[in-house]
Design a protein around this ligand. Structure first.
Ligand code: NAI
Ligand code: 15L
Length: 274
């Protein structure tokens, strides 16, 4: 596949979308923006819902790849998740298939496997204790379940239609880690751009699932499949560790919100406010 140049960025108004709008052009991409919310500083962006099939057909027409970030990013009633994340992602894949788009990079989440026990608190782990990429789906919420669906949809569209996907099980991609658990799953925005770039350009990915994080000292999961795409993480959350642990304490293995990959999503998930 020739290196993609024009990329549809869905979810462009969101937190990660905003970060990627500033970071990805440095890699030579021209971004076409899509979100249900208008983007103040980008009047050219397509303002449409993932349920709008016509808008999606037009949005994907002529692009080389899609970076699919749009969707409900927290827990919500099943009906809302169904509409935005399940039907919405299906609508995007159908539009891409019909318009001949060869590759999608799908923002999956650690919450697809959120009930997986965290290996253990502490630093650094024996590599054999890291969560492998083929760990079974163990969604911690309807939100996580929708990411399992997205990964399976991606597999179907590869096997049946030859549409490639890299599903990135993102840990926590924010400018800084804000909690002790995040020390283990944090992905710096710059590493996020590196990983998305690798996922957009690697040869012959079929459907590949990767963990999305920086090379954290306290890493909980295996980055081998991400590195195989050419991803070379440059960042580590460790400089934030002392302050966060002083403020919040070490993770308590008896607390379910500390002892699972998905953190507080397993017991008290944050709710989508809209
Ligand atoms: P966000 O909530 O800030 O952004 C999501 C964007 O999607 C919003 O701008 C929203 O308007 C848009 N959206 C929601 N429903 C839509 C619909 N039906 N049609 C069109 N647009 C719609 O979330 P964030 O943090 O930027 O995450 C981006 C993606 O990455 C999400 O899919 C999220 O599940 C995933 N992810 C993010 C992580 C993170 O650490 N930021 C961790 C794991 C996964
Ligand atoms: C996610 O999937 C969410 O979209 C994001 O807001 C964070 O909560 C992140 O996971 C996390 O687990 O920290």
């Amino acid at each position: 596949m020739p290196a993609p140049r024009t990329v549809l960025l869905t979810g462009a108004a969101g937190g990660l979308g905003t970060l990627m709008r500033s970071l990805l052009p440095e890699y030579g991409y021209t971004l076409r923006l899509f979100d249900v919310r208008p983007i103040e500083d980008a009047p050219e962006a397509i303002t449409a819902d993932l349920t709008d099939k016509e808008a999606l057909r037009e949005a994907v027409r002529g692009v080389d790849a899609v970076l699919h970030l749009a969707g409900i990013s927290l827990e919500a009633p099943f009906e809302k998740i169904l509409r935005s994340n399940i039907e919405g992602t299906y609508n995007l894949y159908e539009a891409a298939r019909l318009e001949g788009v060869p590759r999608i990079v799908f923002a999956s989440s650690n919450h697809a496997v959120g009930f997986t026990p965290a290996p253990r608190a502490g630093t650094p782990l024996d590599p054999s204790a890291l969560i492998p990429i083929d760990t079974p789906h163990r969604p911690d919420t309807f939100y996580g379940l929708s990411k399992c669906f997205g990964e399976d949809l991606a597999q179907l569209y590869w096997d049946k239609h030859g549409l490639e996907t890299v599903s990135v099980r993102i840990g926590s991609c924010f400018p800084e880690p804000t909690g002790v658990r995040m020390l283990s799953v944090w992905m710096s925005p710059a590493d996020g751009a590196r990983l998305f770039h690798a996922a957009l350009t690697a040869e012959e990915v079929g459907h590949t699932v990767v963990h999305g994080s920086s090379a954290n000292t306290r890493l909980w999961w295996d980055l081998t499949s991400a590195r195989a795409l050419g991803y070379e993480p440059q960042d580590d959350s460790e400089p934030y560790a002392e302050k966060l642990i002083a403020e919040q304490g070490e993770l308590d293995p008896e607390n379910p919100a500390h002892s699972h990959l998905g953190g507080h999503f397993v017991s008290d998930p944050p709710i989508w406010p809209y």
